[in-house]
Design a protein around this ligand. Structure first.
Ligand code: HEM
Length: 197
C-alpha cells in the first residue's frame, strides 16, 4: 500500500522486467565492494535518522543538478531549454522513496529487478517513458557514475544529525557509499556492450 501511492513506482510489480543478474551474482558483487552484513545494519540504522530529512537531501541533490547546465539538461526540453517541472516533480517523489529503500537494504529478487528498471529509466531505453516527460532522452553513463559523489558526500551532516558518535556516523557513511556505488554499478548494465558487464 505504502508503495502504490507514488506514480510510476513499480517496485515489486510485474511491470518490471527480471534482472539479468542473479541473486548469487549479486552476492559476489557485494564482496567486490567490501559490502558486508554489517553495512546492512548501518544502512538500516540510517533509515530513521534520514526519514524526516529526505526533502532536505533532495534539495541538496536537485541543487547540484540545477546549478549545472549539462545536468539540468536532463530535466529540460532540448528545444526550449525549459524545465519539465511536472516530470521533475514526479521523479523527485520516487527519488525520495529510494532513500528509504536504500536504507532498508532488503536485497531480494524484487529489489534486484527494480535496480535493472532504474538503470533503464536513466538510459534511452526508458527515460521519459514513465512520466511522459519531454526532456533529453538519455543520461550519459559518465554523469550517472560521477553523481555518486554528489549523492553521498553531502550526507554526512544528515547522518550525524541525531548526535551519534563520529565512528558510528562513519560506519553509516561508508555503508551508503558502498550501497550507492553498487546500485550505480547495477544501473549501468544497459550502457555496457553485451557480454562485457
Ligand atoms: C530517476 C537516483 C544519477 C536524473 C532516478 C530515480 C532514482 C534516481 C531513485 C527514480 C527511479 C524510479 O523511477 O523509481 C539516482 C542516483 C544517481 C542518479 C542515486 C547517482 C548515483 C542521476 C543523474 C541525473 C539523474 C546524474 C542527471 C542529472 C534522473 C532523471 C530521472 C532519474 C531525469 C528520471 C528518469 C525517467 O524515468 O525518465 N534517479 N540518479 N540521475 N534520475 Fe537519477
Amino acid at each position: 500500500k505504502e508503495k502504490q501511492k507514488i506514480p510510476g513506482y513499480d517496485y515489486g510489480t510485474d511491470k518490471v522486467a527480471k534482472s539479468p543478474i542473479t541473486l548469487e551474482e549479486w552476492e559476489e558483487l557485494k564482496k567486490s565492494a567490501l559490502f558486508s552484513e554489517e553495512d546492512v545494519v548501518y544502512l538500516r540504522m540510517s533509515e530513521e535518522i534520514l526519514a524526516n530529512q529526505v526533502d532536505d537531501l533532495l534539495k541538496v541533490w536537485r541543487g547540484v543538478i540545477f546549478d549545472h547546465p549539462h545536468l539540468r539538461a536532463y530535466d529540460e526540453d532540448p528545444k526550449t531549454h525549459k524545465v519539465d517541472t511536472e516530470y521533475a516533480g514526479a521523479v523527485a517523489k520516487r527519488f525520495g522513496r529510494w532513500v528509504t529503500d536504500t536504507a532498508r537494504a532488503k536485497y531480494d529478487q524484487a529489489w534486484l529487478n527494480y535496480q535493472y528498471e532504474i538503470g533503464l529509466r536513466h538510459h534511452r531505453t526508458k527515460k521519459n517513458k514513465t512520466d511522459h516527460g519531454h526532456t533529453l532522452g538519455h543520461i550519459r553513463a559518465r554523469d550517472l557514475l560521477a553523481f555518486c559523489s554528489t549523492i553521498v558526500v553531502p550526507m554526512r551532516p544528515f547522518l550525524a544529525k541525531r548526535g551519534h558518535p563520529p565512528d558510528i556516523v562513519n560506519r553509516m557513511y561508508d555503508a551508503w557509499w558502498k550501497s550507492v556505488i553498487l546500485q550505480a554499478t547495477l544501473w549501468v548494465q544497459p550502457y555496457i556492450r553485451e557480454g562485457d558487464f
